[in-house]
Design a protein around this ligand. Structure first.
Ligand SMILES: NC(=O)c1ccc[n+]([C@@H]2O[C@H](COP(=O)([O-])OP(=O)(O)OC[C@H]3O[C@@H](n4cnc5c(N)ncnc54)[C@H](O)[C@@H]3O)[C@@H](O)[C@H]2O)c1
Length: 310
């Protein structure tokens, strides 16, 4: 299979690239290396993947890359992922997450690419989960709390528009808070990367507010399995990719301290504005239609993540 991964030098993208190569795919990585790292893909490049360095906001270059690669599937992961950047500069966020996605859709059309898998967000698209019945299913109201969540929602709507107008086959995977090796502190599950780094340096975790904010943490290898299952299916529309399990920040710190066998006592700081208090997403559709289930427990995933830093 010929696959193309936008954002393939990033945390999730590079893990996906490795899995695609392992199953024998011919892989093209499209990335501008803004937050992605060459070291994430060194092994992949050695194993035959090709890197095309470009910005997805550059439509002619993107269309040329897709035309050259002739992919049978595109995994679209390239994005502005930092919620705080999106708050500081909503237009910049939109230029990549909406404008860039529109370019990917036009490149899919121009290249007659049969299938598109889009990395959307389950952590940031639904908004505040507190006071709602958790975990949230795909039909729950979308009420993002940040320009980042809003731009992902807009991108999803473009995918559904292109399906309606041109019959373009796509699926939107609404990922929970993804963690694992190669993770950057900037992403939605950044707290795990930060805590793991602090543990290795002998520091103490700073917890904002009461530490009872909950998230749906999902291990990166499980996310990659969902992406590949989604690519191989003809499922369309939004699909949650999470565990349905709520974990709070204090429980995370405790679990990491236990794994490392060292005290890891939280230091409390004032709550941050704009943060949701609770969110978890129901993976029932992924189970029923993709045959996908999260396989990695939080304890196992945290151990693998910690080990990757030593
Ligand atoms: N990490 C999470 O918890 C999480 C949760 C939900 C959704 N997602 C989504 O998954 C995708 C991958 O996220 P990640 O955590 O691996 O982040 P990441 O920053 O590691 O990966 C994003 C990649 O996109 C590239 N990129 C950014 N802007 C680009 C541009 N204009 N042109 C070309 N390439 C560009 C970056 O260099 C990077 O390699 C993103 O779409 C993100 O919104 C992530």
């Amino acid at each position: 299979m010929r696959s193309l991964v936008t954002g393939g030098a990033g945390f999730i993208g590079s893990t996906l690239v490795d899995a695609l190569l392992a199953r024998g795919d011919e892989v093209t990585i499209v990335d501008n290396l803004s937050t992605g790292r060459r070291q994430n893909i060194e092994a992949a490049l050695g194993n035959g993947a090709r890197l095309v360095e470009l910005d997805i906001r550059d439509r002619p270059e993107l269309e040329a890359a897709v035309g050259d690669a002739r992919p049978q599937v595109i995994f679209h992961l390239a994005a502005q992922i930092d919620v705080r950047v999106s708050v500081a500069d909503a237009a910049f966020d939109a230029s990549i997450n909406i404008g860039g996605t529109a370019n990917v859709l036009d490149a899919v059309r121009a290249g007659a690419v049969p299938r598109l898998v889009f990395a959307s967000t389950g952590g940031a698209i639904y908004g505040e989960g507190e006071g709602r019945e958790l975990p949230l299913g795909e039909h729950a109201e979308l009420a993002p709390f940040s320009p980042y969540g809003q731009s992902k929602q807009a991108a999803e709507l473009y995918l559904s528009l292109y399906h309606r107008l041109y019959g373009l086959s796509s699926v939107c995977l609404r990922l929970g808070n993804v963690y694992g090796p190669r993770q950057d502190p900037l992403g939605e599950a950044g707290v795990i990367a930060i805590f793991c780094g602090l543990l290795r340096e002998g520091g103490r975790p700073t917890v904002f507010g009461d530490g009872l904010q909950t998230r749906d943490y999902i291990f990166v290898e499980d996310v990659v399995a969902a992406m590949i299952a989604a690519a191989d299916s003809d499922v369309t529309g939004p699909v949650n990719v999470g565990t349905g399990i709520e974990t709070d920040v204090l429980a995370l710190a405790r679990a990491l301290g236990e794994l490392a066998g060292t005290p890891f006592e939280a230091e409390f700081a004032p709550p941050r504005t704009g943060e949701v208090q609770a969110i978890t997403i129901d993976p029932a559709r992924a189970a029923a239609e993709l045959g996908w289930h999260p396989r990695t427990s939080l304890a196992d995933g945290l151990r693998i993540t910690l080990d990757s830093l030593s």
